[in-house]
Design a protein around this ligand. Structure first.
Ligand SMILES: CSC[C@H]1O[C@@H](n2cnc3c(O)ncnc32)[C@H](O)[C@@H]1O
Ligand SMILES: [Zn+2]
Length: 450
């Protein structure tokens, strides 16, 4: 199977390579990018099988018509099953939101709920340009089945909460171990796994140490929430006389020499915490919309980048965002750093696109996030024929400050076309929205009845 995309404005995100290619072509063979370059440099690019020395033939030819071809976006922190809880509880602070609304509702979740919530999430991601995501939730077999069916890439963790209860902790670890055993590398490598201890204030230190050992034994990463709120920071200081980062450093948790660590939020970071993350090679998932909505605070992202921390971008779940729109997340990230530091040069557009593509891709699959020969064929076409794309002086400025998720017209993941010219080819959209809506209403009814 081969696909040729021609007449594209290619944003490769390849620092050592081509950068941008204004009149570009890209050839996909099976699931890999085999050729990428400028049409001007090779002359004819008809895409037919004429045998012309300059022509490149392919089974499928997509004329991009000047659209931007770029790596797919990677959403590095979400809870896909929570898509059913979109708008279920708004305008609250994290702890009361979790304790009084979200956890009681989640106590009623079924496998079917998580399956349709996850499929709905996959659909929303396909429509908005996200080709890969990192997830942490319950009933993860269902999320894995949805990812398999939808054709995107998912790095899945089972979310573990044990509140210092040894017996509960044993059960939680066993669940995550099963996820790793059953799904690591499945769906042709599109599904990978991690361990998911929820947070330092919901999982005790010795439990998190055990989780890290299990992850190192299995050769998979760890995905955790950390320092999301000032309340967490105060709780850790009161109970352990140190912040979450140093509390876990005491058991060498942040050491990434064997497996990667993905730290979601990281809002209340001191300069010392930032230095430690940079030294240890921890990857941060910045979630600006969720942090603003729950009034958690402003993560010091520009400081982290300056210190050499690997920063990626995530939406968090649909109950705290309330969508999976990475274009919105990119713009919010840039604006929030500027207003937070009162410096308009903070987090410029290109750095944000790097976070959402190169850096995010690296934590999910090192052969994604950059368009270059040999990498996996995960990419999107962004329509530039609309009013909001006129004029374009700088492509990164356009992608961050003006483009909309609804401008994503085509998506390819692992060499397969999932959406072409706004038509989603891999699922029945209406049926999924109907089923997800039914599950959401029934879940809310069950939660109310208790
Ligand atoms: C143990 S699975 C994940 C768990 O996390 C909850 N959750 C969703 N959003 C957030 C957030 O922003 N901070 C902390 N925890 C969050 C989710 O509801 C699940 O219970
Ligand atoms: Zn979260």
């Amino acid at each position: 199977m081969s696909i040729l995309i021609k007449n594209a404005y290619i944003v490769t995100m390849d620092k050592d390579g081509a950068g941008e290619i204004p009149n570009g072509f890209l050839l996909i063979e099976n699931n890999l990018i085999s050729k990428i370059g400028s049409i001007d440099s090779i002359g004819d690019i008809s895409g037919d099988n004429s045998g012309d020395a300059d022509s490149i033939s392919a089974d499928t030819v997509i004329d991009a018509g000047g659209a931007v071809l770029m790596p797919g976006l990677s959403n590095t922190h979400t809870h896909l099953g929570m898509t059913l809880l979109r708008g279920y509880a708004d305008d609250m602070a994290l702890q009361s939101w979790l304790e009084t609304k979200i956890w009681p509702a989640e106590a009623n979740l079924t496998a079917e709920d998580v399956y349709y919530g996850s499929l709905l999430g996959c659909l929303e991601m396909i429509r908005s340009g996200t080709t890969a995501f990192c997830d942490m939730y319950f009933f993860m077999d269902e999320t894995a089945k949805a990812v398999d069916a939808a054709g995107i890439r998912g790095c899945l963790a089972y979310g573990m909460i044990e509140f210092g209860d040894l017996e509960k902790g044993n059960k939680e670890i066993a669940m995550n171990e099963k996820l790793v055993r059953d799904w690591q590398g499945k769906a042709g490598g599109r599904i990978t796994t991690m361990y998911g201890p929820h947070a330092p204030n919901t999982c005790c230190q010795s439990f998190i140490k055990r989780v890290k050992e299990a992850a190192e034994r299995d050769g998979v990463g760890v995905h955790i929430h950390v320092l999301e709120t000032e309340a967490e920071l105060n709780y850790m200081k009161e109970n352990f006389d140190m912040c979450s980062v140093h509390h876990l450093d005491a058991v060498d948790f942040w050491n990434t020499s064997k497996v990667p660590i993905l730290a979601a939020h990281s809002v209340w970071m001191s300069d010392g915490d930032i230095r430690l993350f940079a030294e240890k090679g921890v990857t941060v998932s910045h979630n600006p919309v969720s942090n603003m909505k729950l009034a958690s605070g402003i993560a010091p992202i520009q400081k982290m980048l300056d210190a050499g921390v690997k920063v990626t971008l995530g939406t968090d779940g649909c109950a705290s965002n309330n969508n999976l729109n990475m274009f919105e997340e990119m713009k919010t990230a840039a604006l929030l750093q500027k207003v937070g530091t009162m410096d308009p040069t903070a987090l410029p557009a290109k750095a944000v696109v790097e976070m959402a593509t190169v850096n995010g891709g690296r934590v999910i699959d090192s052969m994604t996030g950059v368009l270059k020969a040999g990498n996996k064929a995960d990419m999107i076409l962004v329509d530039t024929s609309k009013a909001n794309a006129t004029p374009i002086f700088d492509v990164y400025s356009h992608l961050v400050y003006s483009a909309a998720a609804s401008d994503v017209k085509t998506m390819i993941v692992d060499g397969k076309i999932l959406m072409q010219d706004y038509n989603v080819l891999v699922m029945d959209e209406k049926e999924i929205m109907k089923k997800a809506n039914e599950c959401a209403l029934s879940l809310a009814e069950r939660a109310k009845a208790k």
